[in-house]
Design a protein around this ligand. Structure first.
Ligand code: SF4
Length: 388
């Protein structure tokens, strides 16, 4: 066991159960069966015991506890209560850590919302996706817009101030006008945080077999780009500012969990498919519950992969994650930290990116422009390639 405890800044717990598996979803999820909840919660505890034998963790600087999924709101209140109490025992979580949970609208009642508050959750991420029932149906979501509205009211009545509304865009059937309606309704609900993800068609998902949806995305690149621009414009005009490619908040309501990820700081994930990043290593757990259970019951860590990051990988990770943030990366600090010579070959390349209005530099920060945000991964990969 390593002698120095790893100072963990964010803890992630994955709850894989969903009322129904959405056709576009590539997360570690499975159709809910409430009879499996207790067993899964026990497995989480065993995973913690196993990993604690290999590494020591220090939670005294923990900024965030995040229960994500899947759909954590499939857990009954007494199950959630047990989970929260267990987390508080293992980690001695500091009083000022942000507690977040993801909910789906069909699960939220007044009682559920009130209980979340008494358990200490102050930030809720609600999987609204759209307020348009036609879109919700074509995305094969389980809920209807009326349930999202009811949930938002219940959460607000319970005193949840830090609400994230999770939306999707860029899918077959959506138009600029219907997106504008979704954005307007989102703004009217006055949330402090909004996440907006474009639909991507991932391998091994049901949507990957749908030629119509795939072709629509391929043929509508320009429309999707203009949808993205309208999202940034409309939310920012409403005082909900972009701080990452897909995330927007009112000042002071940025997700603490997300910031830890994008600033390449230490986080620990427990559960099926959960990822972790600790000092110079990162790993991910297996994505199938059966594999997770078998590994743990044989007293093995349920790892899908584990890698030690060398200096090049750490540099590229810093670049890729840092550029996703609206604030960008502090160039001098980045060059110094990664021992990149002042004569770095980026100069001409950056000029070209600036001329194409993909990046900008101000006060020593290198940032993506709104146009560049859409190509964040491509730009950071090409910048990294010029350093190698
Ligand atoms: S509810 Fe969310 S996590 Fe579950 S299958 Fe649908 S998109 Fe995936």
């Amino acid at each position: 066991m390593s002698r120095e405890p790893v100072s963990v800044l964010a803890l992630y717990i994955h709850i894989p159960f969903c009322g129904k598996v959405c056709p576009f979803c590539s997360f570690a999820v499975l159709k809910d069966n409430p009879a499996r909840h207790q067993k899964y919660l026990e497995l989480l505890k065993l995973e913690w015991l196993l990993i604690s034998k290999t590494l020591q963790f220090d939670f005294s600087c923990l900024k965030s506890v995040y229960i994500g999924g899947g759909t954590p709101s499939r857990l009954k209140l007494d199950e959630l209560n047990g989970l929260v109490h267990w987390i508080k025992q293992i980690g001695k979580v500091p009083g000022n850590a942000e507690w977040s949970i993801e909910l789906n609208p069909e699960d939220v009642s007044d009682e559920y919302a009130q209980e979340l508050v008494s358990l200490g959750f102050e930030r809720v991420s609600l999987g609204v996706q759209s307020f348009n029932d036609r879109h919700l149906q074509s995305l094969r979501r389980q809920h209807q817009a009326a349930q999202s509205r009811k949930s938002i009211k219940a959460l607000s009545k319970a005193g949840i101030e830090n609400l994230n509304i999770d939306l999707m865009f860029g899918f077959h059937g959506q138009t600029i006008a219907s997106l504008a309606e979704d954005l307007q309704e989102t703004i009217d609900w006055n949330p402090n945080h909004v996440s907006v993800y474009s639909l991507t068609i991932e391998p091994k998902t049901a949507l990957n077999r749908n030629a119509l949806w795939k072709t629509w995305i391929d043929e509508n690149e320009a429309l999707i780009a203009s949808m993205y621009r309208s999202i940034v414009e409309k939310l920012e005009r409403a005082g909900i500012f972009q701080y990452e490619v897909s995330n927007f908040s009112r000042t002071g309501f940025e997700s603490q969990q997300n910031l830890v990820y994008w600033q390449c700081r230490n986080y620990l994930g427990l559960g099926v498919g959960a990822h972790s990043y600790c000092n110079t290593a990162r790993w991910g757990n297996v994505k199938r519950l059966i594999d997770y259970q078998r590994a743990i019951e044989s007293e093995n860590l349920p790892r899908d992969y584990y890698e030690e990051l060398d200096s090049t990988m750490r540099r590229d990770e810093d670049l890729m994650l840092g550029l996703r943030l609206k604030s960008g990366i502090p160039l001098d600090e980045f060059f110094l930290k990664h021992k990149i010579p002042a004569s770095v070959k980026w100069n001409n390349y950056l000029e070209a990116l600036e001329q194409n209005m993909l990046v900008e530099q101000s006060s020593g920060q290198l940032k993506l422009t709104p146009k560049g945000m859409l190509l964040a991964d491509e730009i950071s990969s090409s910048l990294a390639a010029t350093l190698s």
